[in-house]
Design a binder for this molecule. Sequence first.
Ligand code: XLS
Ligand code: NI
Ligand code: NI
Length: 442
Amino acid sequence: MKKAAVHFPTVPTIAFEGPSSTRSLAFRHYNPDEIIDGKTLSQHLRFSIAYWHSFRGVGADPFGPGTIQRPWETGKDAVSIAKTRMDAAFEFFQKIRAPFWCFHDRDIAPEGATLAESNQNLDAVVAHALALQKSTGVKLLWGTANLFSNPRYMCGAATNPDAHVYAYAAAQVKKAMDVTKELGGENYVFWGGREGYETLLNTNLKREQDHLAAFLHMAVDYARSIGFKGQFLIEPKPKEPTKHQYDFDVASGIAFLRTYGLENYFKFNIETNHATLAGHTFQHEIEVAAAQKMLGSIDANSGDLLLGWDTDQFNTDVKELTLAMVSILNAGGLGRGGFNFDAKLRRPSIDPEDLFHAHIGGMDAYALAFKLARRIRADGKFTNFVTDRYASFDAGFGRDIETGKTNFKALEKLVLSKLGEPTPRSGKQEYLENLLNTYLHG
Ligand code: XLS
Ligand code: NI
Ligand code: NI
């Protein structure tokens, strides 16, 4: 192999310099090599870079074209450009010290005129990715298929009214699973951007949901047949691009999976701003998934309170992340999932260096949140408060309620003959909010 060109000549590998560092191209909280409970911080956090935003995003928005031009976007044809771009990407992954990356099939390789040609392009670029993974040690957190950009998917993929389009989507996902397996992907994600509808005037909702379930069953069967051991993840989102999306949020995702007997094969990839768009907090979605042992992975980003769409910003809100981290750690962590920066630069952030500033901010915020959450959990003040709040269910008739050993009649008798009126107890929200601030701000 010829000596790799340097695509980020002005940026060295990002060093950890500690909280007092004032250098912008340094980590202040994320020390990938720090050992915590026998694991490095890098192993705990399993950060991943999203190929689509960081290496295919050009800053386009509905009002104007791209603003970002990268020097590595050159080559004699689309496949060789894709390979050079990938060299730049792996240089970035290493310099930012991310152990993982994620991609859609069409991010990494150009779509051809036919499915066969697209598959051929993909194979060529995947061979290149495999070599880069080997030489850098960067691993694949998850792969997925882009079933939303090409016009053929304008009315959905697995919920398209045309069985021909459905079949095409199935073929595309089959191939995406093949290459995810080839690259050692630890998960495979299903995000149904156009799986939903715009109007019921032209839609058979029940049939579309049945078709989606059949699609996911076929995916499970195919994974088994090729020996793919990665975890399947559903990424809920309530809307955008489609008005009504079928995987609205984690709760409706769980109901869908259970309805169709899919619940043992899937967990959730929770994205911060998808939670917000569904009218939930990030932490809420994590708790709903964790309650059913279905917390899989995180798409780390945030929205904008004043904008109603998926702005995919880098999240530097330490308070929000600390609360999320507490819930994640309470759930026992993400297992084979990770924190994938499904986030993009703002349109005017056009320098390659901005990619570093963005990810340093996100990684530092998550690392700090991880440490704060560990401290909060070790102190146990919130846990003790909550445990105590539910103590009446630990014994006596409370315990009988939890264990199904009582009934309406027995409870009525208890209230009439013995308990009488309950004594109200403060929820102490303000006290707890102040307590949280003592961790965040000392
Ligand atoms: C879009 C989604 C998408 C998925 C992968 O809003 O977040 O990027 O993560 O298809
Ligand atoms: Ni996402
Ligand atoms: Ni998103």
